[in-house]
Ligand binder design. Sequence first.
Ligand code: GLU
Length: 533
Amino acid sequence: MALPMRQITRKIFWRKVLSRCRFSTSCTHFHHDIVRVRFAPSPTGYLHLGSLRTALFNYCQAKTNGGVFILRIEDTDQSRKVEGATESIMKVLDWAGLSPDEGPLVGGEHGPYIQSERKQIYQEATETLLKKGAVYPCFCTENRLNLLRKEAYRRKEIPKYDNKCRDLTTEEIEEKKSQGIPWVVRLRVDDWSRAWDDMVYGHIAINHQEGDPVLMKADGYPTYHFANVVDDHLMKITHVLRGEEWQSSTPKHLVLYQAFGWDPPKFAHLPLILNSNGTKLSKRQGDITVDYFKKKGYSPRVLLNYLTLTGGGFGTSSLTPECFSLDQLVQKFDLKNVTSHSGRLHPQNLEILSRKLLLAKLETKEGQNELVQYTIQLVKDHYRNRSSDEDLAKFIFNEDHIGSLLKWALPERITRPEDLLGEQFIFLWEVPDKTDIATFLQKTGEDSHMFINVGLEIVDTVEQFEAESINAALNKKAKSLKISLKKLMPILRYVLFSTVEGPKVGEIMFALGKEQTVFRLQRALELSDISAV
Ligand code: GLU
């Protein structure tokens, strides 16, 4: 349906006003009632725990305030860009449930949300500063800058650019440009001292001197600082929540806001996350990428709660870790409670959280079903190429049994279904070797036939197919038949479990489930017949 004329003109009018405002200095910040925050990763590799935490904090800051969570990809450093990293970052956010309200995939009014697609915008921003005389082209070669650096080191000074190109005349500039000398754009900065009230760290004043910073590089891309400030302004970001490592860049950003005549957003720097031994998380550590934990089978909920246990913000405690839903975390979040000291990760909490979450899941029918299906798929995938035994397939499809297996194993033995693939549980999925059993039974002699039958009878008659009851029934039966338990148990254990020593037979039978126990005993019976011949 066509819009009435008056509405169209009104739309055009506002579009004009807004577009004029983009870099105008008279129009500083709009009054925002709405909280707008962004997560702004650089696609230089896999997303790691620190970044996921930054994303979580931003998400919660948006949602607790009824605000907007934005994803912006900061890929202006072409040399550090890693193929596929942007996609993998978006996948991880989606997996974690931290879906952006605006971003490369969902779009939004302030796009594009990938910086390499905003080159024109940075160009316009540079023009604005040029008109104000705030920036100038610099033709200094890499060679000259290196010499300056060396010279500074020799004098034991911090290297900084000497602002040489500040004073080039228009003619000199034109001349150099016409010679095709590569150039960058630098911002004139005479006063570097800046202070701000950090929402986490309180009042911070930094006066770190440096040469005039580069805003636009020779390759036509903006520097991180320039693009970051221009975008935060244009995307109407109200709060910048980012890692503490960016605190030293904030004065440079404030200098830029001032050059444009814009109001800066509020800053909240988030404390560092440390390893349990107090060392910094490093990208070289394999175990800090989100993918690592995802592959190990930890659910997003477990990982997010794990991250809330350092640095505050949620009122959660490392001493009593709880596995809250994302909505509950949003309810609990308060930026005021973020601490300004670094926090350590305690991997045992990951296990505690995982177990808690899974046990809670087992309480509901849907939860249990979901876990059972997940476990079945896991075992199937794991054994896909290794076992041709059709009985494995039969066994792992017994959903009721997998349910009770999980209920038995989770409280003390495992923290994730993946643990069921570990060495101590191989007996569940791998049927004991036929030849081994035949040889074993040949050695144990004729009695083994009767012993296996005792096992079968117990499975058939025991009231509750549970470890304790099975053991009690086996003991009773052995007594009544005057069979030595020392003879009976090792045989049953071997045909079910492949070794004569190990857990109690009742436990093994329970873990295997009725169906599989009967299958293994019957198979042994047949083998004992063959070996008796
Ligand atoms: N691109 C920066 C990073 O990778 C963003 C820093 C910021 O949030 O301002 O962390």
